[in-house]
Design a protein around this ligand. Structure first.
Ligand code: T5A
Length: 249
């Protein structure tokens, strides 16, 4: 075969590969480049000390082991501008701001975080694992703090538009147990950890209310067990909701 015909055939084969990927009735093709799938957005929610950071790190390892690109991030924070707002919010003297002012601050941080970290990562096909997101605003500033739900909805739209997490894992445990775990850990208490038990019980009720209203997005995970047991439940939820097959814990 002459060189020009060989190169014409090669070009045609490549364009077929790209056009017919996954089309019914076609043989599976080998792709010259991995196909960029849109990334998934997974959020971890729950009260203080529920184990969100611990579990997010373990899920990130599992997803990376099946060769997915992962970005782990957190709220408030996750971009340089949002981290500055985090320092202001969490380091501030308690009661200096009311719940609506707190919501304005976390929303400003969220907008910056989405612009600079979350959306670019999702657009590049990465999976974003975020330690807390907007349900924390609903629970902390809304349910426990008393900020009106309609105001929080409006703020969310300003920050995020139509973007919603693909999966939200709500780590659920009694407030006393979470606070005991957080207290056993080293480091200074932040502005919210020091609030009374009633406040923390309202947080739990708030997260469970979100889960009840949005069952398609949220999965409630029993977080009272040991780290491995909780991680198994999280991997099962990721497999069920997002169709990934992950190594067992
Ligand atoms: N906030 C945030 C708002 O008010 N509004 C908002 O909109 C947002 C986004 C963030 C604060 O900001 C507020 C809420 C928060 O107060 P943070 O520093 O990010 O503060 O703290 P938290 O998100 O509360 O996270 P914590 O660090 O308190 O807890 P985690 O991440 O849930 O728990 P983790 O993994 O650090 O574990 C805590 C301890 O428990 C152990 C761990 O080893 C660790 O020592 N542990 C377990 N022990 C036994 N069994 C298990 N299954 C365990 N899992 C973890």
């Amino acid at each position: 075969m002459n060189r020009r015909r060989a190169s014409r055939l090669r070009r045609r084969r490549q364009s077929n590969n790209l056009r017919f990927v996954g089309a019914p009735g076609r043989r599976a093709t080998r792709h010259p480049e991995p196909i960029l799938k849109p990334g998934k957005f997974i959020t971890f929610e729950g009260g203080e000390g529920a184990g969100k950071s611990t579990q997010a790190a373990l899920l990130a390892d599992a997803l990376a082991s099946i060769r997915l690109g992962i970005v782990r991030t957190r709220e408030p924070g996750g971009s340089p501008g949002a981290e500055r707002i985090r320092a202001l919010l969490l380091g501030g003297i308690d009661e200096a701001w009311d719940a609506v002012t707190e919501a304005l601050l976390v929303t400003a941080a969220r907008r910056d975080h989405l612009r600079h970290t979350i959306r670019p990562a999702l657009d590049a096909g990465r999976w974003v694992l975020c330690d807390r997101f907007a349900d924390s605003t609903v629970a902390y500033q809304g349910f426990a703090g008393g900020a009106p739900a309609a105001d929080l909805d409006a703020l969310y739209r300003i920050a995020a538009g139509d973007l919603r997490p693909d999966l939200t894992l709500i780590l659920d445990l009694p407030a006393e147990q979470g606070l005991a775990r957080a207290a056993a850990r080293q480091g200074a208490r932040d502005r919210f950890e020091g609030r009374n038990l009633e406040f923390h019980a309202k947080l739990r009720a708030g997260f469970l209310d979100v889960a009840r209203r949005e069952p398609g997005r949220c999965v409630v995970i029993d977080a009272t067990g040991d780290i491995g047991t909780v991680q198994r439940a999280i991997r099962a939820a990721a497999a069920d909701r997002l169709g990934v097959s992950l190594p067992s814990v």
